[in-house]
Design a protein around this ligand. Structure first.
Ligand SMILES: Cc1cc2nc3c(=O)[nH]c(=O)nc-3n(C[C@H](O)[C@H](O)[C@H](O)COP(=O)(O)O)c2cc1C
Length: 153
């Protein structure tokens, strides 16, 4: 069975990112990981209460990751950027290999440059982590484009 994990990288547990993710995954079986509940240290700044291993524990059995992020300052939000930074040279990150990734980001009025930057980031992330990029969409906060064009298999 295809196990789907929706990772909400917004600090708002029931905000626009969550709302769009919920609609996107209607009629699907999935689990939600609220990333704001985990303390993820910045790359190179590893504190004792760092919880990245707990996140990998939650991710490991998923076949499909649906990552949702708000747009902050013309790119993905800090929670997601910090998570991605931490994957660098991290042994545990090898479990991402072979997983399918859908990544969406929404903001109040994301520019074309923002869309290009996030699309490039998702493409390179999947290439380096050997994940399969199934979709990447950047949209305004109503999520219309995400919901119309991103089909979760
Ligand atoms: C720090 C910060 C920076 C933001 N920067 C942008 C931006 O560059 N472009 C944009 O379209 N929206 C920007 N926004 C708006 C958010 O992306 C938007 O409100 C989003 O819907 C919030 O998602 P959430 O409800 O899941 O938290 C910013 C919001 C915050 C708090």
């Amino acid at each position: 069975m295809n196990k789907i994990l929706f990772m909400n990288f917004s600090p708002n547990k029931k905000g626009n990112t969550y709302r769009i993710g919920e609609k996107l995954l209607r009629n699907k079986d999935y689990e939600v990981l609220q990333m704001v509940d985990y303390k993820i240290s910045q790359y190179g700044q590893v504190f004792e209460d760092d919880q990245i291993s707990e996140v990998f524990e939650k991710i490991k059995d998923a076949d499909t990751l649906v990552i949702g992020s708000p747009v902050y300052w013309y790119t993905v939000g800090g929670l997601l950027k910090t998570f991605i930074d931490r994957l660098y040279m991290l042994d545990e990150a090898k479990i991402l290999k072979g997983k399918k990734l859908y990544l969406f980001a929404q903001g109040s009025a994301p520019s074309k440059d923002t869309e290009n930057a996030i699309t490039y980031l998702a493409t390179r992330l999947c290439y380096l982590m050997e994940m399969e990029l199934k979709g990447v969409v950047v949209d305004s906060s109503d999520g219309g484009k995400i919901l119309n064009t991103m089909i979760i298999e």
